[in-house]
Write a protein that binds this ligand. Structure first.
Ligand code: TRP
Ligand code: SF4
Length: 515
């Protein structure tokens, strides 16, 4: 989850900024162009998976959740009734606000879809990276938890913890720290010689948070966060892979290939295998050298041809390959025994000729877990857009008028909405004539992100009426302000109701630490 405090990371703006593409978990994240995140960081568009979600949350339907990494894995588990988890974390640096509500809702939605749901209080991070005292942390933590429960998180089914109190997470953090080194911290987070060691420790703790739902068994896990947290997600995916006992790849002969080379060799194999039963490496080299391969692949082409020529008369045969990464000798032996059908054992790898890739992945994981490994599935993520501040610019916890706290007095909430900037025209006449600009309107965002809740028809009506000039900002804000007031009143009532529920959970509400 995004932080709050100065500067809040939970409120990007649409203004151009030099830092528009620096995804910095502790900086002031502004994302000027969400499309760039796809190209530059390989975040995938959420649109592509939307159709495969049985009853998508409104944040998904409205493209407020705009991107993901590897979310298909989670959807498949959901569809097949297999275990999956959702986890996010909150730095208790201030009041929970309407930006955090999105993440609460996402966790709760995944819980309702049958996932194991986790919410954690990132108190170590707040203490080390933001310098909050334990007393302040306890106070804010309680507020986050009450809002989460009030919005429908089921603490009996789900898990709540704080980083400082979870021994298993700390132990996992320590193990993962063995796979991480300072140069990576430098390149990923810009850490340097001045960075506090505890801040670094809070990073490995977050890595452990992200992987902790898999401590009892490996399972697809989604991390709903703002895109500023993407560096953490990528790093966690890397660390997860580094702990694995075995790698699984596909190959056609004894030598290793990268993905591009493999694609080329696959083409040669497909083309030649019709003509004769045995396709030799040299035949494939000749075929590739004479084939018309689209530009851009020439490097891979050269290296593939070279490798094929070096392998000479060796026949090409598709196979899956298990690579020994961190396996113990016993685990490697056990894997050899467990592979059914034709196989060939080499020094650091095993080739299997009768398995497909997916089965091979499953088997590798099974053997790893049976021999004391974690067998981590790479964690997935979903990313939501940052809300624009009510005063334009960024939504920032340090500017109270820019955001609405879930603890704001309903009247205060009403007033803040009334005072918000809009995407309206300078006069009513102009508005009727040209229509408003809901895409640039913080008030419209309030409807879409929160006030219209599940009612798509309502959100669309506001949008259309605004665009058509049938809606004027005064009335529109009055309606939004009323809805906000009602929402806050109701939410705060529910918060009061779940006080007891919170006491019953096992999360520690008061840290024994004091400083
Ligand atoms: N770093 C997150 C923030 O800035 C908080 C956090 C800690 C978190 N652990 C996490 C978020 C695990 C997602 C998953 O608020
Ligand atoms: Fe925004 Fe409403 Fe004005 Fe349209 S009518 S610009 S949605 S405040």
């Amino acid at each position: 989850m995004t932080g709050d405090d100065t500067p809040a990371t939970d409120g990007g703006t649409d203004t151009e900024g030099a830092d528009s593409l620096a995804l910095d978990p502790w900086g002031s994240s502004t994302v000027s162009d969400y499309r760039k995140l796809f190209e530059e960081f390989g975040i995938e568009s959420f649109e592509d998976v939307l159709a495969d979600i049985p009853n998508p949350h409104y944040l998904m339907r409205r493209a407020i959740i705009f991107g993901h990494r590897d979310y298909r894995r989670v959807l498949e588990a959901m569809r097949d009734d297999e275990p999956f988890a959702a986890l996010s974390g909150f730095m208790p640096t201030g009041d929970p606000h309407i930006g955090h509500k999105m993440v609460f809702d996402e966790i709760i939605w995944h819980q309702e879809q049958g996932g194991d749901a986790y919410a954690l209080i990132a108190d170590l991070e707040a203490h080390s990276a933001r310098g909050l005292s334990w007393e302040e942390i306890d106070e804010h933590a309680r507020d986050y938890l009450l809002s989460l429960l009030a919005l429908g998180f089921d603490p009996e089914e789900g898990t709540l913890y704080r980083q400082s109190e979870d021994r298993d997470v700390q132990d996992l953090a320590f193990e993962l720290g063995i796979e991480a080194n300072f140069s990576e911290f430098q390149s990923i987070y810009g850490f340097d010689g001045e960075t506090d060691v505890s801040h670094m420790q809070s990073v490995v703790t977050q890595m452990a948070d992200i992987l902790s739902p898999q401590l009892d068994e490996p399972k697809p896990t989604v991390i709903p966060v703002g895109p500023d947290q993407d560096p953490h997600v990528r790093f966690a995916r890397d660390l997860a892979a580094r702990t694995r006992y075995f790698g699984v790849t596909e190959a056609y002969a004894s030598f290793e290939m990268d993905d591009e080379e493999r694609r080329l060799v696959a083409r040669a194999y497909e083309a030649l295998t019709d003509e004769s039963d045995t396709v030799r490496c040299t035949d494939a080299a000749d075929w590739l050298a004479g084939a018309d391969i689209a530009g851009g692949e020439t490097d891979a082409l050269d290296s593939a041809v070279e490798k094929l020529e070096a392998a000479g008369k060796e026949p090409l045969r598709p196979r899956v390959r298990f690579l020994d990464r961190n396996a113990t000798d016993e685990a490697f032996e056990a894997l050899i025994d467990a592979i059914e059908g034709e196989k060939r054992v080499f020094e650091g790898h095993i080739d299997s000729f009768d398995m497909d890739r997916a089965d091979a992945e499953d088997l590798a994981r099974e053997v790893e877990v049976a021999h004391g490994g974690y067998g981590f599935v790479p964690p997935s993520s979903v990313y939501h857009r940052f809300m624009t501040g009510l005063t334009g610019g960024k939504m920032s916890s340090s500017i109270p008028a820019s955001h609405i706290s879930l603890l704001d007095d309903p009247e205060t909430g009403y007033d803040k909405v009334k005072a918000a900037t809009t995407g309206g025209r300078t006069s009513a006449e102009e508005q009727r004539e040209l229509g408003g600009e809901p895409d640039d309107c913080p008030v419209y965002e309030l409807y879409a992100y929160l006030l219209a809740a599940d009612d798509d028809e309502f959100a669309e009506r506001v949008y259309e009426e605004c665009r058509e000039g049938d809606r004027l900002c005064g009335d529109c804000k009055e309606q939004a302000a009323q809805l906000m007031k009602e929402f806050l009143a109701e939410h705060q009532e529910k918060r009061a109701e779940v006080e007891d529920l919170l006491e019953e959970t096992d999360i520690e509400l008061e840290s024994p630490r004091r400083r």
